[in-house]
Ligand binder design. Structure first.
Ligand code: ZN
Ligand code: ZN
Length: 145
């Protein structure tokens, strides 16, 4: 029996499919699983071109949740190394080149801006206080002398 109601666009932006047994599942998962077998537990299917309705197999990638999150914040992986984009200057570099923000669950979290932007930021913050030192040693000599 053909039922046009068994495939629709879900409120989360993914195409949902109702299976014969009544289960509702994202179409992207079905497409991926039909080619590669069951999605490993905890893994997610990412739409490479970020179009959640584009469920062509070529557009689907099975990733772990951490990788998935990175992909969605604009990081990209180049030859196995994650490149992160600086929110300040747009520079792209490996994550270990970014300053540490703190640690969460034993993992190092990095700042959104690169080291040189962070340095500028710190300098600007301290700059005004440090600027007082110019009162003391002007190299121009006394005025009018
Ligand atoms: Zn995704
Ligand atoms: Zn930067």
């Amino acid at each position: 029996m053909e039922n046009t109601q068994n495939r629709w666009l879900g409120s989360d932006g993914y195409i949902q499919v109702k299976l014969d047994d009544g289960r509702i599942i994202g179409e992207h998962r079905i497409v991926w699983e039909s080619a590669h077998g069951p999605i490993p537990p905890g893994f997610q299917i990412h739409h490479i071109n970020h179009d959640r309705t584009d469920n062509r197999l070529d557009n689907l990638e099975c990733v772990d949740p951490q990788t998935h999150k990175r992909l969605h914040v604009g990081h990209r992986q180049l030859e196995g190394i994650w490149l992160k984009t600086c929110t300040g200057c747009g520079w792209q570099g490996p994550e270990d080149q970014f300053p540490t923000k703190g640690y969460r669950n034993g993992k190092r979290m990095t700042r959104g801006n690169c080291r040189s932007c962070e340095r500028d930021r710190q300098r600007a913050k301290k700059g005004w206080a440090g600027g007082e030192s110019s009162l003391f040693g002007s190299h121009h000599g006394p005025h009018g002398a």
